[in-house]
Structure formats: C-alpha cells, structure tokens
Design a protein around this ligand. Structure first.
Ligand code: TIU
Length: 221
C-alpha cells in the first residue's frame, strides 16, 4: 500500500502505512481491571473499557496492512531499582510493588502488569517496557522506530492525559507526526478525556492530530 490520508483534526494527515506505526499505550490489567494500580489510586477502571473494542479493530487493520505494531507497558523491575522514590511513594502512600490479587502492582512479570488478552501482542510486535509515563523515556522505542523508517505514529491506549499525552509530546519533539484516535484512548476523568484531546489539536495541531478508529481503518484498508 502507498500513500493515503486519514481524516483528522485540525486537518487531514497524509501518511504511508509502510512508514507508520500503531503504538498501543499501556493497555495493561493494572489500569483496566479491578484490583490493579488504577483502582488503588481511587479510580473507576470501567471508564477505560470503551477503548478496548475500537483499539482491537484498529489493531486488526494495522496487522492486515502489514504495519509495525508496538505495545508499551508501564512498570518496574522486581527490585524496584528503576522506580524513582518520588514515584514509589506519593503523599505517604506506596502502591507500586505491593501485593494484590493480580500480583505485585506495576511490576514486570506479574499478571497485572501484562497486556489485556483482547489486545495481546503477537510474534514480531515489539513490547516496550517503560519505567515512566512517556514511552520514549529510558526505552529503545526511538531506535526501533528509526530502524523501521517510521515517520508517523497512530496512538491508542490509556490514559489519555497521562501516558498517551506524554508519549505524543515526546514523539512530536522527536519529529514524528502523531495522530491520536479519540475512541481508542481512555481516561478515568471524562473532562480530562475531552480537554486532553482538544489540547493536542488546538493551535493548528500544536503537538498532533486527533482522529478516530473508523477513519484509521478506512485509511489503512
Ligand atoms: N494514573 C493514570 O491516569 N495513568 C498512569 O498512571 N499511567 C498511564 O497513563 N499509563
């Protein structure tokens, strides 16, 4: 497939599927299922579930188009040596590394840290384990994307205003054109979902574009 265009805001974005990657951010049990990190922080995790089915449809389209698909997971080494003290304990509370029904919270290798079954990676799809909110910080994402000749990122995942935003800002600064699919991202705060998407596309697309799963699937067909 050669160049195509995705209907987006603030204007349509030209892309070539061979230089475009689908990046799925942190669709982990710890954020989407009860008893994980998201719920421990006091959130209603059911609010994120609307992103699963549209993301699954885009994932299928990206695989069919032969695109690079990258998955990310937020979490830490079992000894927590890669978790800054300022992240480990906030306001006197420590959740990361503690035991829960899905294993130790946000720790690599634990059930809660892994990606939900609906969106599970297949062979050949890089999984980026990241210690921070942004997928470029202290990971090999940039070199993997560069080695594949990637110029454009289509982003899905959770949460919109935290790890998706941070990754889009990081990606934009590194020269990638970033388009966020509004029905494929989720937040625990409906108002943050709304304004988070507005912030990306304001000012002529100040750090990215916003589209949706239907437009993405059409562009990749
Ligand atoms: N709490 C919250 O909204 N998000 C995170 O802690 N990490 C991600 O966004 N993945």
């Amino acid at each position: 497939m050669s160049r195509t265009s995705i209907t987006a805001e603030p204007f349509d974005l030209e892309l070539d599927p061979s230089t475009t990657a689908l990046v799925i951010i942190d669709m982990q049990r710890d954020f989407l299922q009860p008893h994980g990190f998201g719920e421990l922080l006091g959130n209603d995790v059911s609010l994120l579930r609307s992103a699963i089915e549209p993301t699954r449809a885009v994932l299928e389209a990206a695989r069919a188009a032969g695109m690079l698909v990258v998955h990310t997971r937020e979490g830490h080494r079992p000894d927590l040596t890669d978790c800054p003290p300022a992240k480990l304990t906030r306001g006197g509370k420590t959740f990361i590394g503690t035991d829960g029904p899905m294993g130790r919270i946000l720790v690599r290798g634990e059930e809660g840290h892994d990606i939900i079954p609906e969106l599970y990676p297949i062979a050949g799809e890089p999984v980026i384990d990241k210690p921070g909110k942004g997928a470029f910080f202290e990971t090999d994402l940039h070199i993997i994307l560069r080695n594949h000749g990637i110029r454009t990122l289509i982003l899905c995942g959770v949460t919109t205003e935290v790890c998706v935003h941070t990754t889009v800002r990081e990606g934009n600064d590194r020269g990638y054109e970033c388009v966020v699919l509004e029905d494929c991202v989720g937040s625990y705060f409906p108002e943050f979902q709304e304004v988070g998407l507005k912030m990306i596309k304001a000012q002529g697309g100040i750090f990215g574009w916003v589209s949706n799963s239907e437009h993405a699937i059409k562009a990749l067909a």
